[in-house]
Design a protein around this ligand. Structure first.
Ligand code: GDP
Ligand code: IMO
Ligand code: MG
Length: 426
């Protein structure tokens, strides 16, 4: 199998966890390269359900190495909780987990800074409240960022914490207090636990590529939440698109052979921000119920909408997609008709592409085509030839519009509910 990037094309929660786990069986390395524990990636194996926030979704296969790259922001409390939960359930986590020495740490004050940002600015982005934005901000300003390697030089860590608590004093005093000594003690403990996992990711990845190991690059969030290309400021604080693989792990572009865009057969969005194809309340509730659309990280209800091909084409181009994974098609099994957005109408004209301006986006009305539903239960289908004709037509419509083939169709959360249309991925 080629080295595959698996990334979200919409507003997150497209089934990246399921697809990464599905493809991970045959690979040597699964690497995360951006985001942090704002991600919630679900894997279902029989009666068991795993929700991973930080650990890559290759962890259930004992021979796969899982890498957390420098582009990821790491909350050590989440990391060790996740490791412990996995171990309690019999999943081995040891030498198979590697963490970049260059990754930045999410520290307890970052979450508090985030609640202050919401309070102080009066802008509520509806974040996951994991301190993602403040951590990436500290990384970029260069004075305040704290890296994994700093924790391993504890005196340096102590100095940085001193400086950061002083500079953030006003904001922190508005929301809560940080007990510096308790923080230092807690992180001293973490440094010992972390050390055996820490590596130079570029060296590791280089060796893996040279030895022709097979690699999956597991994205978090989705293209429409990208800091540059998404619906700013209602986005996350990292690049969620393909370029982040190179900068978030230290590999060249040629390390990536295929770019699979995981795409829900409809769309969901959690948190605030424009959403042109959002469904009216009744159908929104119905789809949320059937699709169990509640956040894997925060439990918040996800807003549901019709498939938006304008946003998806934009996403396909930014990422250079070579294939689409169409997930959760089973959620639409019961519908008589399915709407699909093929254009945005603005001021009486159809827009050329996806607009930058939020006010333009908010003023757009979607242009819909209506396709017939397949009205057939799909969750038991195990062979491509058994997919209903109207579902094949739905797939063809999407592929033709995007000029990207549908490579995989997912008809349920489990591994065997996956139909591979393109044998590159078998
Ligand atoms: P991720 O963040 O992209 O990994 O996606 P999430 O795990 O947040 O959300 C996807 C949800 O849909 C999870 O609860 C999965 O178990 C579930 N799921 C994945 N694929 C399918 C599918 O094809 N059909 C159905 N019904 N559920 C799916
Ligand atoms: P996965 O990897 C869905 C959303 C939040 C909020 C915005 C900013 O599971 O697909 P942040 O905490 O990142 O500053 O929040 O981004 N968001 C996600 N939505 N899936 C995710 O991850 C998300 N990660 C962040 O809801 O709107
Ligand atoms: Mg998720």
């Amino acid at each position: 199998m080629p080295n595959i990037a698996i990334l979200g094309t919409q507003w997150g929660d497209e089934s990246k966890g399921k697809m990464t786990d599905f493809l991970a069986e045959k690979v040597d390395v699964v690497a995360r390269y951006q985001g942090g524990d704002n991600a919630g990636h679900t894997i279902v194996v029989g009666q068991e359900k795993f929700i991973l926030h930080l650990i890559p979704s290759g962890i259930l296969y004992p021979n796969t190495i899982n890498v957390i790259g420098n582009g990821v922001v790491v909350n050590l409390e989440t990391l060790f909780t996740e490791i412990n939960h996995l171990r309690e359930r019999g999943v081995e986590v040891g030498e198979n987990l590697k963490i970049s020495s260059r990754a930045h740490l999410i520290l307890p004050y970052h979450k508090l800074m985030e609640s202050w940002n919401d309070l102080g600015s009066g802008v509520n982005l509806g974040t996951t409240a994991r301190g993602i934005g403040p951590t990436y901000s500290d990384k970029m300003n260069r004075y305040s960022g704290v890296r994994v390697s700093d924790l391993l030089e504890f005196d340096l860590f102590r100095k940085k914490i001193d400086f950061n608590l002083k500079t953030k004093d006003y904001a922190l005093s508005q929301v809560s207090q940080i007990d510096k000594n308790a923080l230092l003690e807690q992180y001293h403990g973490y440094s010992k636990l972390l050390e055996p996992h820490v590596i130079e990711t570029p060296d590791f990845m280089h060796r893996a590529l040279k030895a022709e190991k097979q690699i999956l690059f597991e994205g978090a969030q989705g293209a429409m939440l990208d800091i540059d290309f998404g619906t700013y400021p209602y986005v996350t604080s990292s690049n969620t698109t393909v370029g982040a693989i190179c900068t978030g792990l230290g590999v060249g572009v040629k390390a990536i052979d295929e770019v699979l865009g995981v795409t829900k057969a409809y769309v969901t969005r959690v948190g605030a921000g424009p959403f042109p194809t959002e469904m009216p309340t009744e159908i929104d509730e119905e789809i949320r119920d059937i699709g169990k659309e509640y956040g894997a990280t925060t439990g918040r209800p996800r807003r549901c909408g019709w498939l938006d091909l304008v946003a998806l084409r934009y996403s396909a181009r930014i990422n250079g997609l070579t294939g689409i994974v169409l997930s959760k098609v089973d959620v639409l099994d019961h519908l008589d008709e399915i709407k699909i957005c093929t254009g945005y109408q603005y001021n009486g004209k159809e827009l050329e592409g996806f607009p930058t301006s939020l006010s333009t986006l908010e003023a757009c009305s979607p242009i819909y085509e209506t396709l017939p539903g397949w009205k057939t239960p799909t969750t038991e289908i195990r062979q491509v030839k058994d997919l209903p004709e109207d579902l094949n037509d739905y797939c063809d419509f999407i592929a033709q519009y995007l000029e990207v083939p549908i490579s995989i169709v997912s008809v349920g959360p489990e591994r065997d509910q996956t139909l591979v249309l393109d044998e590159t991925f078998i």
